[in-house]
Every structure is written in structure tokens, then in C-alpha cells.
Design a protein around this ligand. Structure first.
Ligand code: UDP
Length: 362
């Protein structure tokens, strides 16, 4: 029996792991042991995904969150190493680009345990992003690089990663969208509770440090959303970090007065809100793609994106949130737009392909 230790800790990782863990459970000769670092820990940032997406409780809960990047990553490195020494896995599996990803990969590599990285090869070419640092280092440490897109393959080849280590499997988020997104209908749930009509509201999410930690950008986004909210309903499930910072800026109550500011949503509520939105405004990587899966145009509040194929196809447009006018104009300009009929994220079988490779080679 080959043992795979999965290290995860943040919301998008629970969502991605839901389909891969399921595929691993169906692969003979493989046993997965999950380590939850604790990076995201609230009921609505963590527990809800395990329940809704039918995931087993992690075998190890490290309960590490808060502090600076260095402190958080360092504490994770110490505790993950202890788990790996005790579990002695054949492979360590990590997802995406968070501090949990890097800590898992680094702890494993130093113990000479081969690393598998899901969502490898993505680049923003912006080294000020903590995510960019985490993903470049994790890719460098990985034996198996499971890549979602053509652009990601190109990035890795350009960096000199041997072709044999790269496997283009498609995007696991597409697997999740096909598998769980189909469970969502318009008649019930949050849409009904909010009394919103399909395709008549805008959905917003904001959590990237480059926006939340820059008062000019965050204020521009808040002002633009408040302005758009005068003409159409805006639903904004707010990340805890964004809520805390807007509150500190004295902006939260003003937004609550004119917008539907909600706590973070579970996956099924979130997908329902995405599916029936007229437009999505976000700085999230996952939400950019889910907008496309739902056929909803997207405005991305960033200077660049890793998901370039959606900008090329016309589904997504980038706006630097330097001032409220630019953001509001981009939002109004994108309403009613559609992109080209493209299929850049595989065939919805990424998780099965990952499990097959790890099962065969672990
Ligand atoms: N998501 C969610 N509830 C929310 C906001 C996001 O379930 O209130 C989901 C979203 O549908 C997507 C994932 O979280 O599947 C994206 O995670 P996030 O935006 O935190 O991170 P990123 O994708 O930018 O790494």
C-alpha cells in the first residue's frame, strides 16, 4: 500500500482536494492521509466545504493561522515535518499557491519525499504577490507537476522543467464545477432568500493582499461597488480579511447600507450566486474560472492574471483598481458581454488523471 500525505489549509484547496481525494479513494493500492494546517479555520472558510463536498475529516489538524507570512510558513514547516516523519509517506501532495502549499512541499523535499503539485505552472510574473513566490518555489521542488492549461505548460518549459515531469491534466476546478455545480438550481437557497432574480445582480469577491492591503485600491473598489449598487443589486460575500480592513477604514457600514454584504458562502451557495449573476467582479483565481464555467462575464480587479486564456477569449477583462471611475466603467462595459466558445480547462477528468499517475508511480 502506497501512502500519500496531502497538505492543505485554505478554502480553494479544500474545493480542489474534494475531487482528487475522491479519485484517490477509488484507486487501488493507495491510501491518502490529509493534514489540515489550519490556515483557514472558521466554520464558513473551512468546515462547510468538508461537509458540503463530502470530504473525510483530516487525520491531522495543525491549527496554525495568523501571524506574518514568515511566521505562519515557519510554524507550518516545523509541524508538517513532524507529521511526515511519523507518517513516512511515499508522496506528498499539495495544491495551488498558499503558505500551506509551500510549507508542505519544502518539508517533504528536505526529507527526500517526492512532491506532487496540483495547479502547477501558473504565473502572474508579479513577484510582489505571496502566491507567485509560493508557486514558483513549490514547482521547483516538485517531482510531478499537474498542469491545468497550455499557458502553464509553456511557463514551466520556459523555466527549464523537464517535459517528463509535466502532466497536463486539465483544471480540477472544472471537475468540481461539473460534479457539484450541477446540484444547484435557481428556485431555492440563497437566491430565493435574497429575493433576487436570475441575471439581475452582480456578484463581487475581494481578498487578494494587493487589493485589501492597499487603501487606495480597496477604497476605489468599495466606491465603485457602492456606485454600481445604485443601479443594480450587488451581492458581496466578504472574506474575513476584507471585512476587518473595511471596518478599520470606516467603510463597512456604508457598504452594508447599499449592498448585500454577506459572510463567506459555502460552495453550493457560492456556485448558485455565480450561475445566476449578470456579471462577476473578483480578484479570486478560482472565481474567474467559475464565472466562465457558468457562462457569466467577469471583471478581474488585478493588474494581471494567471488565467490568460479567458482574457484572450473575451470572457474576462482586467482592470487595475486605481480609482472608482475605472472600476465602475469596466463593470458597466462588461455587462451583457460574452466571450468565444473555448475549452481551455480539459474534459473534467483532471482528478482521475492525477490519481492514476500517483497510483501507478507512488
Ligand atoms: N468561494 C466560496 N465562498 C465564497 C467565496 C469563494 O465557496 O464566499 C469559493 C469559490 O467558489 C472558489 C474558491 O472559493 O471555488 C476560490 O477561493 P478563493 O477566492 O478564496 O481563492 P483563489 O481561487 O483566489 O486562490
Amino acid at each position: 500500500m502506497k501512502k500519500i500525505v496531502t497538505v492543505l489549509g485554505a478554502r480553494p484547496q479544500f474545493i480542489k482536494a474534494s475531487v482528487v481525494s475522491d479519485a484517490l479513494a477509488r484507486t487501488s493500492g493507495v491510501r491518502e492521509v490529509v493534514v489540515h494546517t489550519g490556515q483557514h479555520f472558521d466554520a464558513n472558510m473551512s468546515d462547510v466545504f468538508f461537509t458540503e463536498l463530502g470530504m473525510a475529516q483530516p487525520a491531522h489538524q495543525l491549527d496554525i493561522h495568523g501571524g506574518s507570512h514568515g511566521e505562519m510558513t515557519g510554524r507550518m514547516l516545523i509541524e508538517v515535518e513532524k507529521v511526515l516523519l511519523a507518517e513516512k509517506p511515499d508522496v506528498v501532495l499539495v495544491y495551488g499557491d498558499t503558505n500551506s502549499t509551500l510549507a508542505g512541499a519544502l518539508a517533504a523535499a528536505k526529507l527526500h519525499i517526492p512532491v506532487a503539485h496540483v495547479e502547477a505552472g501558473l504565473r502572474s510574473f508579479n513577484m510582489r504577490m505571496p502566491e507567485e513566490i509560493n508557486r514558483i518555489l513549490t514547482d521547483r521542488l516538485s517531482r510531478w507537476l499537474f498542469v491545468p492549461t497550455d499557458a502553464a505548460v509553456g511557463n514551466l518549459l520556459h523555466e527549464g522543467v523537464p517535459r517528463g515531469q509535466i502532466e497536463q491534466v486539465g483544471d480540477v476546478m472544472y471537475d468540481v464545477a461539473l460534479h457539484h455545480g450541477a446540484r444547484v438550481t435557481p428556485e431555492t437557497g440563497l437566491l430565493a432568500r435574497l429575493g433576487l432574480g436570475g441575471k439581475r445582480y452582480l456578484l463581487a469577491t475581494v481578498h487578494r493582499a494587493e487589493n485589501t492591503d492597499d487603501p487606495v485600491r480597496l477604497r476605489a473598489i468599495a466606491d465603485a461597488m457602492a456606485r454600481v449598487g445604485e443601479t443594480m443589486p450587488v451581492v458581496w460575500p466578504m472574506h474575513p480579511r476584507t471585512t476587518a480592513i473595511l471596518e478599520g477604514m470606516g467603510q463597512l457600514q456604508r457598504l452594508r447600507d447599499v449592498l448585500n454584504v454577506l459572510p463567506p458562502l459555502g460552495y453550493l451557495d457560492m456556485v448558485q450566486m455565480e450561475k445566476y449573476a449578470a456579471l462577476i467582479v473578483t480578484d479570486s483565481g478560482g472565481v474567474q474560472k467559475e464565472a466562465f464555467f457558468c457562462g457569466v462575464p467577469c471583471v478581474t480587479l488585478r493588474d494581471e492574471t494567471e488565467w490568460v486564456e479567458l482574457v484572450d477569449a473575451g470572457w474576462n477583462r482586467l482592470v487595475t483598481p486605481g480609482n472608482a471611475d475605472d472600476v465602475a466603467q469596466a463593470v458597466l462595459g462588461a455587462l451583457g458581454s460574452r466571450g468565444k466558445d473555448v475549452r481551455p480547462y480539459g474534459d473534467g477528468k483532471a482528478a482521475v488523471a492525477i490519481a492514476a499517475t500517483l497510483g501507478a508511480q507512488a
